[in-house]
Design a protein around this ligand. Structure first.
Ligand code: 5GP
Ligand code: ZN
Length: 119
């Protein structure tokens, strides 16, 4: 079982901020901003590349949960960022789909391509 499946099953500790039958959200262990929450599906899906048509409602709900947590965290007036990293080139490290909710200040963005091929 992967790390995030263990968190979803309460076999691995996490600071949980939201939970329902399909989704669980918890604080990132290494926050990059004052608010940094990961919203995950309880169903194991390794990456966005693997989602199917049957998952459309689930992902709509994940975004809605992120919006609610942002509201509750006082982020909604000034704004925040939602981020999916997708596989190696997208910088994804944990192979269980997760939506980052990051905010709590003006966010600096430095996205660029190295142009390098990585095996
Ligand atoms: P990725 O780089 O895959 O998009 O993001 C993975 C995120 O998971 C990282 O921000 C990392 O800090 C977080 N993370 C990794 N292991 C754990 C853990 O055991 N618990 C929690 N709460 N977050 C974790
Ligand atoms: Zn998993």
């Amino acid at each position: 079982m992967c790390l995030f499946c263990k968190i979803a099953n309460h076999q691995q500790k996490a600071d949980i901020v939201y939970e329902d039958e399909q989704i669980i959200a918890f604080k990132d262990i290494k926050p990059i901003t004052p608010v940094h929450i990961l919203i995950i599906s309880k169903k194991h899906i390794s990456s966005i590349t693997e989602i199917k048509e049957e998952d459309i409602n689930l992902f709509g709900k994940m975004i809605f949960v992120a919006k609610k947590i942002a509201d509750d965290s006082g982020l909604s007036e000034k704004g925040y960022k939602l981020l999916f990293r997708v596989k190696k080139y997208g910088g994804q490290e944990v192979e269980h789909v997760h939506l980052h909710l990051i905010g709590g200040g003006m966010l600096y963005e430095d996205i660029h391509s190295t142009g390098k091929e990585v095996k």
